[in-house]
Design a binder for this molecule. Sequence first.
Ligand SMILES: O=C(O)CCC(=O)C(=O)O
Length: 308
Amino acid sequence: MNTTLTAPTSAPRTTGVRPAERTRFSPEDLAQYRTEGYVVAPRLFDIQEVEHAKETIREMTRAAIASGDSSKVMELEPEAADGERVPRRIYDPFLAHETFRAMGTDTRVLDRIEALIGPDICCNLSKLNMKPAKVGSVVDWHQDLTYYPHTNADLVTVLVYLDDATVENGCLQVLPRHQHAYFSHSDKQGNFAGMITEDLDGGRFGKPVPLEAPAGSVIFMHCILPHSSLPNRSPKPRRTLIYSYRAGDAYPLYYSESVVSFEKRVRLVRGKMSPTARFGGPPPIIPQVGTEMKSLYEMQRAAKGEKS
Ligand SMILES: O=C(O)CCC(=O)C(=O)O
């Protein structure tokens, strides 16, 4: 079951107590999160820390390819870039490498999460979205909690930009203030489409906001806030490290065997697990996925009638 992590020791550049003002949100940041559903902390990680993360990604990619079966570690872009297949997603960086555990348990991140969901915190998933130059895949509009329904909505998604992110290289975009209710994620047959299937165009729900920010910046986003990103056709990659955190009393709802395997990867990172589950938030969507949840990209392409 869940285990408490000991304090990371081997990556001092991403750990250690920082001056208080650097680890906490300002009252304005907190108000922005509560109202808009997200807040951006510019350059939370410095350039050396970002470079260290990118070097770790290169190492992991080389090792996965050399192993002859990279599919356990990563998912590839369907399109080749300059004749080479490149990864679009690396699975579970928090569990796979100390560099990413250190970043995901850094005081600057966890103190902010604590301000949003309280002192008991689990990291319930992590992934690396590679968004490579020229061939980086689109991510369609979705609300994260539809992928992993919980007893309450005290979950936060944290996205760490490892490159300068702009509209050109497919930065994240969000639909502010829509973190209180779900849009439909079902296809015509009632199956989980992995994306919002209602029409968001026409400004009825407000205007999407592109979150452009320099490398090292961190986005804290409510787990029900709709978000997406455009394909990357630019010459620059837009790598992003993504973590999800949940409160110690938010427990997963069972919808398929996938939940059992997701739970094995959950780690307590601060405080303690609650002996009771708390119920709250809008009634959760239970994703109709059959026996297992497929990759976000595969589900979204299938829902649009495209081949993966
Ligand atoms: O990095 C992005 O474009 C967002 C990715 C995302 O929302 C996801 O993988 O769930």
